[in-house]
Design a protein around this ligand. Sequence first.
Ligand SMILES: [Zn+2]
Length: 285
Amino acid sequence: MKKLLEEDLISDFSNIGISHGDTILVRASLGAVGRMEKKAETFINALLKTIGTDGTLISLAFTSGSFFRKPKKDDAFHLGKRSYAGALPNAMLNRDDSFRSKHPMCSFVAIGKNAEEIISGHNESSSSYEPVRKVLDLDGKCILVGCVGSSPGFTTTHLAEYDLGHSTKLPVFPWLYSTYYIDDSGKHKIFRRDDLGLCSNSFNKFYSIYVQNEILKANYIGNAYSVLVPAQKAYELENIELSKNKKFNVCKSKLCFMCNGGRWDRAYLLPLFVCRRLMKKYLYS
Ligand SMILES: [Zn+2]
């Protein structure tokens, strides 16, 4: 298979609808893109050249916390902590020209013209997905590269959940998710979530809505099937759908905690969920 070059990716990014000056929120599975020298660096450089010096690139640099258990101090969030969100955000974090927000579990990383503005003020006191609102304000776009099916949907949906009160009112005890973080004076402090993104396994249900409203563009970035939407329009459609039906994003998995007891409107399923998990652990393992 032919090695992909930076100019191949620049051409693909342009073909899917990314232009000079764009604000782009990207999630990507780089393994699906294809063979490249210095894969993450080539991918980032191609995106930055496509949007130019007036554009801004953003990704999710989320970090883990503890659920139920007491968090560990040596796993505290700090600006150098590695993200679990894959090679792309970690490569962005390693660059000297990147900026990272200080939210202890849902930090964002950004590079480019409006990077500092987008991450500013996002910290332990903010709602989890607040930088996405700035992407909307800048008329930004969201792209999924190579994870359209495996990690479906756009982060705008979590912002819509928050604005509708779903991520604060529906999760059962969101504060059970906690972590330490190191504050500006170097002290360890405990952070507990008070808003929680709901299950995203079924965010692919929104794809048909984007298509019906003619906002979804699809193409290949290298070998990776990819989709792009304008952030503001996607957010509006998600907000309308979730306000009509707050269970729209409930997934079908019987082993998903959030959809089988982790939210108050599905809490009646919790005893069944616990039985299923115990049976899986002791009878089928
Ligand atoms: Zn689920």
